[in-house]
Structure formats: structure tokens, C-alpha cells
Design a protein around this ligand. Structure first.
Ligand SMILES: NC(=O)c1ccc[n+]([C@@H]2O[C@H](COP(=O)([O-])OP(=O)(O)OC[C@H]3O[C@@H](n4cnc5c(N)ncnc54)[C@H](OP(=O)(O)O)[C@@H]3O)[C@@H](O)[C@H]2O)c1
Length: 233
């Protein structure tokens, strides 16, 4: 896909990776709409990008997720690219887990990305791209992060199943499963404390892999822990 002139919405644009992807798409000539929870942060980024349209949603409200994407599509006159970069982390042993935390993880990491992607695809031109950030945990479910792993594996499974459904429309479904990257996400966990983790990539590397992947029609980006390198097709 030619990024230049593409109409793109980034859900989670207030985050470190989402903000980086929004800036990179903008630099590549895309017309970018910003969606997220924090209106003040969205407005600041919109100014930086020369007056990008913004829409506000909380991932815990699935109807609002869809409405926010609709607003972005209305503002841009349709969509060619949907990026979903929302997420939360939680840590600790499963036997100490709280149902409310599990519910929150599944809502923000699984159900809301599905709702945002579905709403985007409904407004998308044939030949568009949906890029969703799941996580390395989908490939390597990890002790001390059981519900967090399950929430990301669920999202990744959904993306795998939807991909062939959208093939006839030429819509690419890109499952981005990053390794640990220093964005502060772990420190903002909704429960527990993150174990020490070593970053396997920088924000800049990941952002550029995502934008290149959208451009080239990539379907997945994963990180091979044995080889210590990115892989995918
Ligand atoms: N960093 C990593 O190591 C890593 C590794 C694998 C996967 N990922 C995934 O990459 C994506 C981006 O993460 P990041 O590292 O850039 O972290 P981040 O800076 O904390 O970004 C997280 C984003 O999710 C949004 N969000 C959280 N709860 C929300 C809610 N209830 N409603 C609406 N938005 C909500 C945040 O909005 P606010 O700005 O309003 O808080 C923020 O925009 C996430 O899906 C994450 O799971 C990250």
C-alpha cells in the first residue's frame, strides 16, 4: 500500500508506540486521525501533526470504541489503514489474580481491539490494512503473566481467523507481536509488579517495522527469542 495520501486512524495514539506510529504515518504522507482515551494528549499530538482529527473513547465501552472509529472515518472520508495500539499489562501469579483485573485485561487487550478493528474494516476501502499490536506473549505465554498472556493470545487468534475472511476484499490483517520495549507500559500495570525485563528492540525500530509492514502488506511480525531477531511473513 502507498502510505502517501492513505487515510489512517490510530487507536491508542496517546501511547508511546501508537504515537510513534501516528507520527511515522504522518511523515510518510498519510492523513492521520487520532483516537484515544485522553483528550488533552490527543489534542497536543493533533496540533503537532498540523490539526489531525481526534476522537475519544474508553476501551471499556465497546460501543464507544466503534463510534470513535466511525468519527475518524467520517472526518477522513473513509479509511485505508486502521492501527490499534491500546493495551494494559498485569503481573503476578494466577492463584492471586483478581477477577476484576482479568476482566479489565480481556476488555482492553482483547475485546476493544476486536471492536475497533471491526469498526475500521466496515469503513475501509478494499485493499486496506489493519495493523493490531498484540504481543510476544501470544507466542510465549509466560508464568506470572497468565491472564495478560491469555488476553494477547486471544487477540492474536482472532486476527488469524479474520485474515482469510478479509482476503477477498484485499484487506491485509497485520498481527504485530512485539517483544519487550521500554515504553513504560510495564510500570503502568493495572496489577502486580513487572519482573526485570530486557528490551529486545527500541521504539524507533518497532515503529519503523510496523509502518514498513503496512506498506508491504505484511501479515505478522513476531520475535524469535531463540534467535534474538524479528521474524514473520
Ligand atoms: N511496550 C512493550 O514492551 C510491548 C510489548 C508487546 C506488546 N505491546 C503492545 O503495544 C501496544 C502499545 O503499548 P505501549 O508500549 O505503547 O504502551 P503505552 O504507552 O502505555 O500505550 C498504551 C495505550 O493504551 C491506551 N489505553 C490503556 N487503557 C485504555 C482504555 N481503557 N481506553 C482507551 N485506551 C486505553 C493508553 O491510553 P492512555 O494514554 O489514555 O493511557 C495508551 O494509548 C499495547 O497493545 C501493548 O500491549 C507493548
Amino acid at each position: 500500500m502507498d502510505i502517501s495520501g492513505a487515510r489512517a486512524v490510530v487507536a491508542g495514539a496517546t501511547g508511546v508506540l501508537g504515537g510513534g506510529i501516528a507520527r511515522a504515518l504522518h511523515s510518510g504522507g498519510a492523513r492521520v486521525a487520532l483516537a484515544g482515551r485522553d483528550e488533552r494528549k490527543l489534542a497536543a499530538l493533533a496540533d503537532e501533526l498540523g490539526g489531525a482529527p481526534i476522537s475519544v473513547f474508553d476501551a471499556l465501552d465497546l460501543k464507544r470504541c466503534a463510534a470513535a472509529v466511525d468519527e475518524a472515518a467520517d472526518a477522513l472520508g473513509g479509511l485505508d489503514v486502521v492501527v490499534v495500539a491500546i493495551g494494559v499489562a498485569a503481573f503476578g501469579p494466577a492463584d492471586a489474580a483478581d477477577d476484576a483485573v482479568t476482566e479489565h485485561l480481556l476488555a482492553v487487550n482483547t475485546k476493544a481491539p476486536m471492536a475497533l478493528a471491526r469498526a475500521g474494516v466496515a469503513r475501509m476501502t478494499d485493499g486496506g490494512a489493519v495493523a493490531v499490536l498484540s504481543a510476544i506473549l501470544a507466542d510465549y505465554p509466560t508464568a506470572g503473566m497468565a491472564a495478560y498472556s491469555a488476553s494477547k493470545a486471544g487477540l492474536s487468534a482472532w486476527l488469524t481467523a479474520v485474515r482469510p475472511e478479509l482476503r477477498r476484499r484485499g484487506v491485509t490483517v497485520f498481527d504485530v507481536r512485539p517483544p519487550h520495549i521500554e515504553t513504560g507500559l510495564a510500570g503502568r500495570a493495572i496489577a502486580g509488579q513487572a519482573p526485570p525485563m530486557k528490551a529486545a528492540a527500541t521504539v524507533e525500530q518497532l515503529v519503523s517495522l510496523v509502518v514498513d509492514g503496512i506498506r508491504t502488506g505484511r501479515r505478522e511480525l513476531r520475535y524469535d527469542l531463540q534467535k534474538g531477531e524479528f521474524a514473520g511473513r
